[in-house]
Ligand binder design. Structure first.
Ligand code: SAM
Length: 447
């Protein structure tokens, strides 16, 4: 094998001991060397093997690994012995460490309490001696950071029914029709990842699993697998590390409830913005749901070739809250569709979004400039430094989104504001006299 495992600043890493071309096999793993319900479940005791099919795949594999780790003669013992004892995934952070994430929504996605409920409900009744909650967290977190979802290999051997029921329960089919098996793959899971430096990926098309290059690799270079285009918040939550290479995938979330509260409370700073009654607001939210643009939270990103910072759905949602009654009724009756992005990006939508995004920015206790200074400090603990990078990344996304919203110049003529008091005492909604509000355009859902 033309690779070598060695310690590095990222735990262990795998380094090439020869040159590789593009799309060359770096190493192969026989499927029987993979740990999953197909390979390991028949060995575990009856109560465990009967319970696992009722568990979600991550919990089933957690139970399987814990149970297997208690077996004196487990063939996986050498593998288990090299798995890490400690991880930096967010589930292991103390409250004060988590507080450093400030207003990042990742702190609410850790799922520690829910996981503990699952451990009590499913694993505790199995009576596995010495199995503690800490051990369950450790194994579940290793699975989160190390396991692969591999396509199920359907057995063609007639009469092979040994795992039929188990497979039905534990094989997930979340990617289209392809059923996958959550699996621990020794050696393949020794590869680190680093956004721009990834140069290999696991290929499951053949009998053996193959780690193949996705670009040429020179002798001496580290081999990196691709963990996906993850924002640093998720990288930290799942893998317990962050690097600046992932900054391009950072996202900041804004919750719809917080935006609706700002509308209800009248905290939007736009002058003359007509107050919507709760009932009106409700109708507009229902229309957003019907048009498929309502989300509980919206992800903002850095603008780039893949798209703008502010998603179309968020623009459409704010547009539906701000559009004048005439156009609102017209869309409701499906005489008009929600317009395209260029028409959604009205000056008013931009202005309101700037207010909402600034309010979101203020939920973080420090500014970008303060974080830049804090992050540069040498004496800072490792977890604090990672938390600063996450929250800083989110604030930078918010700043991009604010800049983008502030550049909206679309016509406000269909907006329900600002109200303009005419000298003769009549009030118009900002549209020029005689201006046509909307022609019935094509019906249909927001694209
Ligand atoms: C699949 S394992 C990779 C092998 C791991 N280094 C080991 O020694 O077992 C994933 C873990 O490796 C570490 N890791 C991977 N890529 C990294 C990187 N670029 N920087 C720092 N740590 C990294 C993280 O701790 C992550 O949870």
């Amino acid at each position: 094998m033309e690779v070598q495992a060695m310690p590095c600043g990222r735990g262990r890493c795998i380094v090439a001991t020869a040159d590789f071309d593009d799309d060359e096999i770096v190493f192969s793993i026989p499927r029987k060397a993979v740990l999953n319900v197909q390979t390991a479940l028949p060995n575990v005791n009856t109560s465990v093997s009967q319970a696992i099919p009722d568990m979600p795949s991550w919990l089933g594999l957690t139970t399987l690994m814990i149970s297997e780790s208690f077996r004196q003669d487990s063939k996986w013992a050498p593998y288990f012995s090299v798995l890490p004892q400690e991880l930096d995934s967010l589930v292991f952070w103390s409250d004060s460490e988590l507080a450093e994430l400030q207003a990042s929504t990742v702190a609410h996605k850790i799922g520690k309490v829910k996981a503990e409920e699952m451990f009590s409900q499913h694993i505790a009744p199995l009576g596995l001696t010495d199995c503690s909650t800490d051990m369950c967290h450790r194994v579940a977190s290793i699975i989160m950071a190390y396991a692969f979802d591999i396509p199920e290999k359907i057995s063609t051997t007639e009469g092979d029914t040994s795992l039929g029921d188990v497979e039905d329960e534990l094989i997930s089919d979340d990617e289209g029709d392809e059923k996958t098996l959550l699996s621990m793959i020794p050696l393949a899971d020794m590869l680190n990842a680093d956004a721009a430096r990834n140069n290999a990926r696991l290929c499951c098309d053949n009998e053996d699993l193959e780690m193949r290059t996705i670009k040429p690799i020179a002798k001496g270079e580290e081999i990196f697998n691709d963990y996906g285009q993850l924002p640093r918040s998720d990288l930290l939550r799942r893998y317990g590390y962050v690097t600046k290479n992932y900054a391009i995938y950072d996202v900041a979330e804004i919750s719809t409830e917080s935006m609706l509260t700002a509308f209800r409370n009248g905290t939007i700073q736009t002058p003359n913005l007509e107050h919507l009654s709760d009932q009106d607001l409700e109708r507009r939210v229902e229309l957003a749901e019907r048009e498929g643009v309502y989300e509980e939270t919206y992800d903002l990103a850095h603008p780039g070739p893949d798209g703008p910072s502010i998603p179309d759905e968020l623009l459409a949602f704010i547009y539906l809250l701000l559009v004048d009654n005439e156009n609102f009724e017209s869309i409701t009756k499906s005489q008009t569709s929600v317009p395209s992005r260029s028409k959604l990006a009205t000056e008013l939508v931009g202005k309101v979004l700037v207010d909402l995004l600034r309010a979101r920015e203020e939920e973080y206790a420090t500014t970008i400039e303060e974080d830049d200074i804090l992050e540069a400090a040498e004496s800072i603990p490792r977890r604090t430094k990672m938390a600063i990078q996450v929250r800083l990344g989110e604030k930078q996304v918010l700043r991009d989104a604010i800049r983008e919203a502030g550049s909206f110049r679309g016509d406000n003529k269909r907006m329900r504001l600002p109200t303009v008091t005419k000298t003769n005492g009549t009030v118009q909604n900002g549209k020029r006299r005689g201006e046509e509000v909307s022609k019935p355009i094509k019906k249909g859902r927001f694209q």
